[in-house]
Design a binder for this molecule. Structure first.
Ligand SMILES: [Fe+2]
Ligand SMILES: [Fe+2]
Length: 367
């Protein structure tokens, strides 16, 4: 018996009991099945609170945006197969990405597939509950990379002018600080957040010189972790304001997969070779040598360092950070905007994303 069926065993037992009874009175069969059908139907049409719907819709929108960016990476540097269709690979870029780990193509593929299932599930659940799903199709207006391997289609996200935030690196290594207590964190790669750099080759002209292409691959490597640490915080942040136990279950089941992605990517980002891009000066310092190195920068310190949680009087605890729930949806929206992911998007796109975030941030739990 599959696990999902095992979970339904109380219903199955009840049905077999009732079916045995029905052997005596055949008319009971129809009534029994009708009852089960109605119970299932009610489970899916029982209304969501407007807050739960808003939280799910905002998460679905962000998952659509995540899918869009991961698809662009997968087309160039992921495994090319029918599970994640589109694109046909860029061997030079894939090789530069593989410098971080020989399994990168598989991980990029699987992360892309996961994001696709996240938004598809969230939207299907919203629709089953009679709610409007998230749909950003009208904003697929940004240009694709012209490099070999990429599709030429309209995109939601811009991976060609990124200002990648790398403060998560030191945030998860700090033994005393927590963003929820007002603390701030230094960048691991100061150049990345300060400028605008491509995370994918914009055209085949970006495939040389070698150090330029490697700098793009390194940028992607840090961007992967930046995106997934965001999801790692966002799900627990919003879970604190849902009303339905089933919606809570959804958030608690998807959120940790973002953390599994983040943990993988932060390990791989530490393998990005130190270098300076000769075309623009973007420097990836040696994080294991002075003035870097030590507790805040050492590349193999990938487990979350125990730190202050809730109040400083409590003992240090190894935790996801931040998890403050107030304004979390708009916090995620502003963060992604600041990192350049939506450069070139229309005012209507930004207004739509803000509306979705405002509705999610207005949600309050009804228990
Ligand atoms: Fe996701
Ligand atoms: Fe994700």
């Amino acid at each position: 018996m599959s696990e999902s069926l095992a979970h339904e065993s109380p219903v199955s037992n009840r049905r077999s009991f009732l079916l045995q009874g029905a052997a005596v009175g055949a008319g009971a069969i129809g009534a029994t099945l009708l009852t089960e059908e109605s119970a299932r139907a009610m489970a899916d049409t029982g209304a969501l609170t407007s807050g739960d719907a808003a939280i799910l819709r905002f998460l679905a929108a962000l998952e659509i945006l995540e899918t869009d960016l991961w698809q662009q990476y997968n087309e160039l540097a992921g495994i090319q197969d029918s599970e994640v269709p589109g694109g046909h690979g860029n061997p030079a870029f894939a090789a530069a990405i593989a410098v971080l780990d020989s399994d990168m193509a598989q991980y990029i593929h699987d992360n892309t597939e996961d994001e696709f299932t996240h938004f598809t599930f969230l939207n299907a659940y919203l629709e089953a509950k009679g709610e409007r799903p998230a749909n950003l199709d009208r904003f697929k207006t940004l240009p694709s990379s012209r490099a070999t391997g990429a599709r030429r289609v309209g995109r939601l996200t811009n991976l060609m002018r990124l200002s990648v935030d790398t403060s998560w690196w030191t945030r998860y290594r700090s033994p005393t600080k927590n963003p929820d207590l007002g603390d701030t964190f230094p960048q691991a790669i100061p150049d990345l957040a300060a400028g605008e750099f491509p995370g994918i080759p914009r055209s085949d002209a970006d495939l040389t010189p070698k150090k330029h292409l490697q700098a793009i691959a390194n940028t992607a490597g840090f961007h992967f972790a930046m995106i997934e640490q965001g999801g790692t915080s966002l799900y627990p942040q919003l879970a604190q304001r849902v009303s339905s136990p089933e919606v809570l279950r959804i958030l608690l089941s998807i959120g940790p997969t973002e953390t599994m992605h983040f943990q993988t990517w932060q390990d791989k980002a530490g393998n990005a070779p130190p270098l300076t891009d000769p075309t623009n000066g973007l420097t990836f310092p040696d994080l294991n040598a002075a003035p870097f190195g030590g507790q805040l920068f050492q590349t193999n310190l990938i487990m979350p360092e125990p730190t202050a949680f809730l109040r400083r009087k409590f003992p240090p605890c190894s935790i996801i950070r931040p998890t403050n729930t107030e304004g979390a949806a708009n916090g995620a929206r502003r963060f992604l905007t600041k990192t350049g992911l939506f450069r070139g998007q229309s005012a209507e796109f930004h207004a739509t994303l803000k509306r979705l975030a405002d509705a999610a941030d207005a949600a309050r739990p009804h228990h």
